[in-house]
Design a protein around this ligand. Structure first.
Ligand SMILES: [Zn+2]
Ligand SMILES: [Zn+2]
Ligand SMILES: [Zn+2]
Length: 352
């Protein structure tokens, strides 16, 4: 994620809502992919300030104006009350429960980061209204007494997140229990989006054989595979998979690899913006072929080595607790090619 610049020259970060230098409120403009100072108009609309966006008029997303869990804007000619990210919500947490607002705000922050990245990479997505039963949507649900626990997962475009994942104590306990080195809200969103795009890339396309050659046969019983994984996790997953969970089923292998690719692209963008890697590794240039992927991977390995060295200097756990073997690199490259293919040949029209 790059930093943004206020019209007053101040440096801004993606989640900011207020400029401490010029004292203007801020809003993210999804149609321009930038964060901007905004000025209220007498008619209730807002005008964006700054050289590139000056004069454009917006409304605040309803979840910005009324709930304080969003900082995105809606162009005035868009009839929807919600921004591009919030309109994907199918179910939001029950706000009569005291701690749920805080959880919801964390979920929305992670979701906006995902949506920003999809827009930034030019990956098409549609909401349920335009995309039908396979459109993208989110349900943030809580466990209920006398009911089965809510599982975080994906079905036909609907991404369900158990809102307790937004509680860091509970998330850390689950991470420990499952022996995972990394568990974050953003990781959940990226992983589940991988299932959504798997369906767009491979389901009903006749392209499954290419997928199976690298990731395995996804027709094996999914529920049984997950049961086997939790009962008896594969001890020898490291050579073939980016994580232990990825070894549970080819769909999970894809989703874990996909999430990892999104981590790479976002972190390289951040590093490029901060001057930690060459600008060309981080730019929005659509890396197109094998050589370009190798370039990206080399930059990534250099960067993650530096990240971990910094963590160790501070006595913290490794910031990047993963190893990319040659097989894992081939899988990441496959994701890279799919992303590039979608960007090149796919539409970039979102459900706006
Ligand atoms: Zn400012
Ligand atoms: Zn919003
Ligand atoms: Zn999954």
């Amino acid at each position: 994620m790059r930093r943004f610049q206020c019209h007053c020259g101040n440096r801004l970060f993606f989640d900011n809502t207020y400029c401490l230098k010029c004292h203007h409120q801020l809003g993210f403009l999804p149609d321009r992919l930038t964060l901007s100072a905004i000025r209220p108009d007498p008619d209730g609309a807002w005008t964006a300030l700054g050289p590139e966006v000056d004069g454009r008029r917006y409304r605040q997303c309803a979840h910005y104006e009324h709930a304080g869990v969003c900082n995105w804007m809606v162009p005035l000619d868009d009839q929807d009350h919600h921004c591009l990210a919030c309109r994907l919500n199918h179910v939001i947490p029950d706000l009569s429960v005291l701690q749920n607002w805080r959880r919801w705000a964390k979920l929305e922050a992670a979701k906006r980061r995902l949506v920003y990245q999809l827009l930034h990479l030019g990956l098409p997505f549609q909401g349920k209204r335009a995309g039908g039963h396979r459109g993208l949507a989110f349900a943030f649900l809580a466990d209920q007494p006398q009911a089965s626990p809510i599982s975080t997962g994906h079905t036909n475009g609907l991404i369900t997140i158990n809102i307790e994942e937004a509680d860091p104590v509970r998330r850390e306990a689950v991470r420990e229990k499952l022996g995972e080195p990394y568990r974050t809200l953003l990781g959940h969103f990226r992983h589940e989006s991988g299932h959504y795009y798997w369906e767009r890339f491979f389901a009903d396309t006749g392209r499954q054989p290419a997928f199976r050659a690298l990731f395995g046969d996804e027709r094996q019983d999914y529920a049984q595979a997950l049961r086997d994984h939790y009962r008896n996790p594969n001890p020898d997953w490291q050579e073939q998979h980016i994580s232990r969970y990825a070894s549970s089923h080819p769909w999970e292998d894809w989703a874990e690899t996909w999430a990892h690719y999104l981590h790479m692209r976002d972190a390289l963008e951040t590093a490029g913006d901060l001057g930690l890697v060459l600008e060309s590794c981080a730019s929005t240039v659509r890396f197109s072929d094998r050589d370009d992927f190798q370039y990206l991977l080399d930059a990534w390995l250099e960067l993650t080595m530096a990240m971990n060295s910094m963590s160790r200097s501070m006595g913290s756990p490794d910031m990047y607790p993963f190893t990319i073997t040659p097989t894992v690199a081939r899988k990441l490259e496959a994701v890279h090619r799919e992303v590039h293919g979608m960007v090149t040949v796919g539409s970039t029209a979102q459900d706006r």
